[in-house]
Design a protein around this ligand. Structure first.
Ligand code: BES
Ligand code: MN
Ligand code: ZN
Length: 507
């Protein structure tokens, strides 16, 4: 199935779509329903009452009627709940309502669907942003990693699912802006997911670096890449050390977006790119390894956020850095007990080769700080299993000792719908990564537990005094349950967030 989308100002019954979607508030009355329904033989309000459709968040009902020329049209009703204390409906409920209908349309193999968009003002929002969010979610909801399923015929794959978003004529101009942004954002999220879902022997470090190079060329980003041999001479033993057990070459990819605005501030995004995490010699148990192709989600997120930023052109310079390697055991592999020296000269004792993410990020963070002296650094990583238990699948964990940057990221989380939850990051936890024989060690002291926090303290040694936020996406990157617009596999978490941080930097 291929998704195509368009805006329309036509009355929805004249679009000629096979299915028509209505977003219905809770406790609706027959007056709230489309006047057009009067033309049907069936009393639509009566039908909704009969099918116990309430308009509550998540509620859904569908009815097939004969429209013009006796054609069958599927009417879909999806609940958007009730307005909150501020009299506004919830955007997240709307996102999920959109997710529900798009997945339904796909499962029913509808070829065409038109969504009657509610008024942005009912959500307390501007039309452009509201449409941007709906279009983004439409793309996200339509994603499915099915290219390895051989029972899907070529015709089926080529079939299009045409979706129209019906807006009032007065809103068209702003809606168009939001629509185009949504296409870019949703497309970037899905490209990240595609990479993350790709089997690890097909998405090797070199393949991932090539993907980044291709995007850079397509969207006009500056591309720099270092390979393992360069990394060794540059003193990046963190990244080179993790790569030692792998037959694949490590890469350090740097993408640069330069704003047209003179003297624009610069922000850096750093993403963990472990294309497969076996644990190395501190090997993982089999079941913990099953989904470890997801361990490059941070890098995928940063690279694809940069591709979107290059198209949306915000007034801020953005650098994307991605250290990329596999973490494998083998006769050349790094060993517990080894001590490595990072790009900034600090040393760490490797106590567990499975705590590899912080090692490759350490070099990338130190490089970002030294070479770009950015106004802020945000790193994104599937860093700790502990994060899954700390915040659960619906949030990424945020750690920082900078309240201003934290606020910016929390704001962007809210507007983008890419949710974060801040964890404590007080100096008490810093003790956990002290080593008796090196500057620091790569695992935390068990007495201090809190693996997500102590991992962040490890990273803090490489960010100098630059405002910095660490996002642990181990919780949110893969297999998020119960959210209508996701499904099995990669979610692309943090792509929307990073794009939003950059777009709203000057405000
Ligand atoms: N990539 C893992 C973290 C992870 C776990 C991501 C589950 C997504 C889902 C990371 O490299 C890792 O192995 N972390 C260890 C650190 C420990 C050895 C200190 C962990 O969390 O167990
Ligand atoms: Mn690991
Ligand atoms: Zn890992």
């Amino acid at each position: 199935m291929k998704l195509t989308t368009a805006l329309t100002t036509k009355p929805i019954f004249e679009v000629g779509a096979k299915s028509i979607v209505f977003f219905v508030p809770e406790k609706f009355s027959s007056k709230d329903l489309s006047a057009e329904f009067k033309n049907f033989e069936i009393d639509v309000h009566e039908f909704l009452m009969e099918s116990k459709f309430t308009g509550s968040a998540g509620s859904f009902a569908t009815l097939a009627v004969q429209g013009k020329g006796k054609k069958i049209v599927h009417l879909c009703f999806v609940g958007i709940g009730s307005a909150g204390k501020d009299k506004n409906f919830s955007l997240e409920t709307m996102r999920r309502a959109v997710g529900t209908v798009i997945k339904f349309g796909i499962s029913k193999k509808f070829e065409t669907m038109v969504l009657q968009l509610p008024e942005a003002t009912d959500f307390g929002l501007e039309v452009d942003y509201f449409v941007q969010q709906i279009v983004t979610i439409t793309y996200i909801a339509s994603y499915k990693f099915d290219k390895f399923i051989t029972t899907i015929s070529k015709e089926e794959r080529e079939k299009t699912f045409e979706i129209g978003f019906a807006v009032a004529a007065k809103d068209l101009k702003k809606a168009k802006t939001g629509y185009q942004e949504g296409e870019v954002i949703g497309g970037s999220v899905n490209r990240a997911r595609e990479w993350i879902d790709t089997p690890p022997s097909q998405l090797t470090p070199t393949v991932l670096a090539d993907h980044a190079k291709k995007l850079a060329k397509e969207y006009g980003l500056k591309y720099t890449s270092f390979v393992e041999h360069d990394l060794k001479s540059m003193g990046m033993q963190g990244l080179a050390g993790v790569s030692a057990g792998s037959g694949q070459d490590a890469h350090f990819v740097i993408l640069e977006y330069k704003s047209k605005k003179p003297k624009a501030p610069t922000i850096a995004f750093v993403g963990k790119g472990i294309t497969f995490d076996s644990g190395g010699l501190s090997i993982k148990p089999a079941n913990s390894m099953e989904d470890m192709k997801e361990d490059m989600a941070g890098a995928a997120s940063v690279i694809n956020a940069l591709a979107a930023i290059a198209q949306l052109k915000p007034d801020v310079n953005v650098i994307g850095l991605a250290p990329i390697t596999e973490n494998m055991p083998g006769c050349h592999a790094q060993k517990p007990g080894d001590i490595v020296t990072f790009y900034n000269g600090k040393t760490a004792e490797i106590r567990n080769t499975d705590a590899e993410g912080r090692l490759i990020l350490a070099d990338a963070l130190a490089y970002a700080a030294k070479h770009f002296k950015p106004d802020a650094i945000i790193d994104v990583a599937t860093l700790t299993g502990a994060c899954i238990y700390a915040v659960g699948p619906f949030f990424s964990a945020l750690l920082s000792d900078n309240d201003d940057l934290t606020q910016r990221v929390q704001d962007a989380a809210k507007t983008s719908g890419d949710h974060v939850w801040r964890l404590p990051f007080t100096p008490d936890f810093k003790e956990a990564v002290k080593s008796p024989i090196a500057d620091i060690q790569n695992v935390g002291n068990p007495a201090i537990a809190a693996g997500t926090i102590t991992a962040a303290w490890f990273l803090r040694h490489f960010t100098e005094d630059i405002p910095w936020v660490h996002l642990d996406i181990a919780s949110s990157a893969f297999n998020v349950p119960n959210i209508s617009y996701f499904g099995k596999g990669a979610t692309g978490s943090s792509v929307r967030l990073l794009i939003d941080v950059a777009r709203n930097w000057k405000k």
